[in-house]
Design a protein around this ligand. Structure first.
Ligand SMILES: *Cc1c(COP(=O)(O)O)cnc(C)c1O
Length: 466
């Protein structure tokens, strides 16, 4: 047996074991096991290699997180150094570690406004659970314990713990494993292309923001603790709110003294061309949740940045906050995050996204895919973009969700060396921030080919376009 065949046998063994013992997240296990998982073996820059030797361009930076790209030895070395020196100690018992402290200091400096206080966790979901408990705790300490309700949006994604699922607005998730948490309300999302029904972007921005005020008045302003939103919705399909939306949302929050929380788990660390999406969209949040790009996904770590007003009240009047995780401020994850931030800064990665590659991706997508018969609309900022697949582009008619057109397109991408994700009937891109213009060209070449293949598949199924 030659080496290549041994390799193939090895892959089959992994696939068989995986099918027997591994329950994958957000996966129909039976469907997966019928064909077997694709095994990703190594990666460099913006490319992945699978166990069949296929080279794949990663248009999603893993799960929106590998901002500095794959294969940065400096991060591995930072982890090794810290592992050898102090692999673990907690931050519960009136102790700290140097990496946790340094990272808190860095994040206080990088975050906008007076977000000067940092609470660590390990995932975006845990950061969101921290937000839920902390805003309610804030109001208890501030003397208004009746302010319990958090308001979020339909089709928002805030993670998949019970807190994250409840706060998020994914209907399919709410239907499983309930009941959801009480005292959480949802308002409509600002999805102009899909839901504006003839309103101009400006009108629709106000309509969607007004939905917040209506909800606040419905449940009673003095019962609302916070409004939480992603500056740009990510897993919902990359939905950029129309101009004026956030300004109005912010005005309403201030009017009723409701805390404003930006879930920056995707937008943070350069995705939109600034350190935080709040800066790009001109939001002044009282709190920010962050994860993914904080360590470029090399190790799990997340954080909540807390503004001076909330922190001062909690610290001066709150006593002990009974909340935290064994790995809050994990020294190895913190050391890796620090190294990641150093690289983002020193190599001016975010400036490059803002000034060069971000505008290039957005322009090329519109120029080269905008006229494709399947592409109804393209939106995005910096290095994140979403496109609506439309059955009848001219008449603004989207596909019936039963057709699963996104999955058809996604599967063509998968088979053709491109990772592009489907969120319902929207295709999304969020490549590593270090992607070059030439690699963006390659990404779009492949996306174009896969859109054509999708049209062909639809025709074979007898689905007529237009
Ligand atoms: C991914 C994501 C989360 C959840 O993060 P996990 O690390 O998967 O728990 C929360 N909020 C947003 C906006 C996300 O994109």
């Amino acid at each position: 047996m030659n080496a290549i065949n041994q390799e193939a046998v090895h892959s089959e063994e992994i696939r068989a074991l995986d099918a027997q013992h591994h329950l994958h997240p957000f996966t129909d296990t039976q469907a997966l096991n019928s064909k077997g998982a694709r095994i990703i073996e190594r990666a460099e820059g913006v490319y992945l290699w699978d166990s069949e030797g296929n080279k794949i361009i990663d248009g999603m930076a893993g799960l929106w997180c590998v901002n500095i790209g794959y294969g940065r030895k400096e991060l591995a070395e930072a982890a090794q150094r810290q592992m050898n020196e102090l692999p673990y100690y907690n931050t519960f018992f009136q102790t700290t570690t140097n990496p946790a402290t340094q990272l808190a200091n860095e994040l206080a400096a990088l975050t906008p406004g007076d977000l000067n206080h940092i609470f660590f966790a390990n995932s975006g979901s845990e950061a969101i659970d921290t937000v839920i408990r902390m805003v309610r705790r804030y109001w208890e300490v501030a003397g208004k314990p009746w302010r319990k309700i958090l308001i979020s949006r339909e089709n928002a994604y805030h993670g998949s713990t019970i807190g994250g699922t409840s706060l998020g607005g994914m209907g399919a998730m709410h239907k499983q494993g309930g009941p959801m948490l009480p005292a959480i309300e949802h308002i409509r999302q600002p999805y102009w292309y899909g839901e504006a029904e003839g309103q101009s972007p400006e009108e629709f921005a106000l309509t969607c923001a007004k939905a917040l005020e209506e909800k606040i008045l419905e449940v009673g302003p003095d019962n609302v603790a916070a409004f939480v939103g992603e500056p740009i919705q990510g897993a919902g399909g990359v939905i950029v709110p129309p101009e004026g939306y956030w300004a109005e949302i912010q005005k309403i929050c201030r009017k009723y003294d409701i805390l404003l929380v930006a879930d920056e788990v995707i937008c943070g660390f350069g995705r939109t061309g600034n350190w935080f999406g709040s800066q790009t969209l001109d939001i002044k949040p009282d709190m920010i949740s962050m994860a993914k790009g904080l360590s470029s996904g090399y190790l799990p770590i997340s954080a909540v940045a807390v503004g001076d007003r909330i922190a001062k009240t909690l610290i001066e009047k709150g006593g002990e906050f009974y909340h935290g995780f064994t790995y809050s401020g994990h020294p190895v994850a913190a050391a890796v995050a620090l190294e990641n931030l150093r690289i983002l800064k020193e190599e001016k990665v975010i400036e490059q996204v803002r000034e060069e590659t971000g505008p290039y991706l957005q322009q090329q997508l519109r120029e080269r895919l905008g006229n494709h018969p399947l592409v109804g609309h393209i939106e995005g900022m910096g290095l994140v973009a979403g496109m609506a697949l439309a059955q009848d582009k001219a008449n603004h008619k989207l596909f019936d969700s039963d057709l699963d057109v996104g999955t058809i397109c996604r599967n063509h991408c998968f088979a053709n060396g491109l990772i592009m994700r489907a969120c319902g009937n929207r295709m999304v891109l969020s490549p590593p921030l270090v992607i070059s213009k030439a690699e963006i060209d390659e990404l779009i070449d492949k996306a174009l080919k896969c859109l054509d293949l999708t049209v062909r598949s639809l025709e074979e199924q007898g689905v007529q376009l237009g």
